[in-house]
Design a protein around this ligand. Structure first.
Ligand code: SF4
Length: 124
């Protein structure tokens, strides 16, 4: 896997993935992407808009997320706590560790992800 584009908040979603998602195609694609991230530890560029996970999402309308107001707000809160900006590039293991250390491991997930329909899974 070469460099991938990832929305900042997807560095959080990936850590709680348990096979649920917007459609069967989306779930199977997400499983494949997570496997590739973990096995090849690619460079990840943080993007403002649809990313590698959005590719198979039914809410991706021609490259624009139909819930983009909500998704973008979660991206902004994620970036602020990560101390990163759109366009920054880092290895997947560095991004996931930073997301854990600065958000998940210090109980900030509920605030960052407020309004997300999947939050109850991540908060279990
Ligand atoms: S809901 Fe939006 S941000 Fe989330 S995966 Fe689908 S297109 Fe991407």
């Amino acid at each position: 896997m070469s460099q991938v584009y990832l929305r900042p908040h997807h560095a959080l979603c990936i850590q709680f993935f348990e096979g649920k998602g917007y459609s069967e195609e989306f779930v199977s694609h997400m499983r494949a992407v997570i496997g590739a991230l973990q096995s090849s530890d690619p460079a990840v560029m943080l993007c403002d808009g649809c990313d590698v996970l959005c590719e198979k999402c039914p809410h991706n309308l021609g490259g624009v997320c139909e819930t983009d107001g909500k998704a973008s707000a979660i991206d902004e809160r994620t970036l602020a706590l990560l101390g990163l900006r759109f366009g920054d590039t880092l290895r997947w293991h560095e991004l996931s560790a930073r997301a854990y250390d600065r958000i998940i491991g210090c109980s900030k997930l509920s605030g960052v992800c407020r309004g997300c329909q999947w939050l109850m899974i991540c908060n279990r």
